[in-house]
Ligand binder design. Sequence first.
Ligand code: SF4
Ligand code: F3S
Ligand code: FES
Length: 235
Amino acid sequence: MLVTLKVFRFNPDVDKKWHYETYKIEAPETDRILDLLEKVKGHFDGTLSFRRSCAHGVCGSDAMRINGRNQLACKTLVRDLGDKITVEPILGLKVIKDLIVDMEPFFDHYKTVLPFFINNDPLPENGKERLQSPEERARFDETTKCILCACCTTSCPSFWAGETYLGPAALVTAHRFIFDSRDQAASERLKIISETDGVSRCHTVFNCTMACPREIQITKAIGELKLAMITGKLD
Ligand code: SF4
Ligand code: F3S
Ligand code: FES
């Protein structure tokens, strides 16, 4: 089919303002948006800039706004969109060039919630692992699936209002460790997310849940964090 692909372009070295370029591309309907962008880069304009790595929905690097919705370019098929497709950078972060945004504020928020396992006890004598029951593991299974693509955070109006809100991705990471029975820093993380730019800035808009390519129930996870903050209970 013949696809009309409209792409957001901005090169700070030569452009005073962003603009759109339109490309007519012959492509099978099974092509992904990432394939279209590779075609533009290979056949029309080698300066087009976008992030990608795995091309299989694992690394999270090619989040972009596709026909107005945050999605991964490598997981979105032409046949699900039709022959008119618009691709833009995700919102709320500074555009560096074309579809590439500055992810530093996003990862700064991620680091704020201590995104690593904390347990200062010596390892159990009987083995090399800290054991956990299947039920204990299931408690945070959902939030282990995050690939840090930023589709959620950059679809949240509270984040658009100012980059200071920790955002749903950081809260998903906080959830992953707070509800891990082997971790010992739950109270420290709960204190961090209870501060001004933490969970209280979530107004249950659900955009994050709708945008997540891993289908994580983000709003539910944030709700569990709010409850844990109020009750002090983690079960
Ligand atoms: Fe991406 Fe989902 Fe993780 Fe948000 S929670 S960063 S949308 S994988
Ligand atoms: Fe934002 Fe998601 Fe809450 S979109 S307001 S973090 S439910
Ligand atoms: Fe890795 Fe799309 S390129 S998730």
